[in-house]
Design a protein around this ligand. Structure first.
Ligand SMILES: [Zn+2]
Ligand SMILES: [Zn+2]
Length: 102
């Protein structure tokens, strides 16, 4: 079992490791790790985490998407209402004109 004091940095062989990355489980020196979410994580893993995390969108993009989705929902609701109305309007006339006279 390897302990921290005996381990060397994965990237700097001459340096003693001070932390072990919880993600890749390699040992790193103080320079190679960064604190993230309360744990010491190596740079490559941190980059991976930051890249995997949803990118913070600028406010207007979010707002535009929100408005687009709201508009789309409103349009669909109106269209559904229109279809239902058309069907409801169509039923009585079909009933009354059920007998084709011509
Ligand atoms: Zn790592
Ligand atoms: Zn290092």
């Amino acid at each position: 079992m390897s302990s921290l004091s005996q381990s060397r940095c994965f990237q700097h062989v001459s340096r003693e490791a001070v932390a072990r990355c919880p993600d890749c489980e390699r040992f790193y020196c103080r320079e190679c790790v960064t604190e993230h979410d309360g744990r010491m994580i190596c740079r490559p893993c941190l980059d991976g985490i930051l890249e995997a995390a949803p990118k913070a969108q600028s406010g207007w993009v979010k707002a535009a998407r929100g408005w687009f989705m709201a508009g789309l929902g409103f349009f669909l609701a109106v269209y559904a209402f229109y279809l239902v109305g058309k069907i409801l309007l169509g039923i009585p006339s079909q009933f009354h004109n059920g007998v084709f006279l011509d």
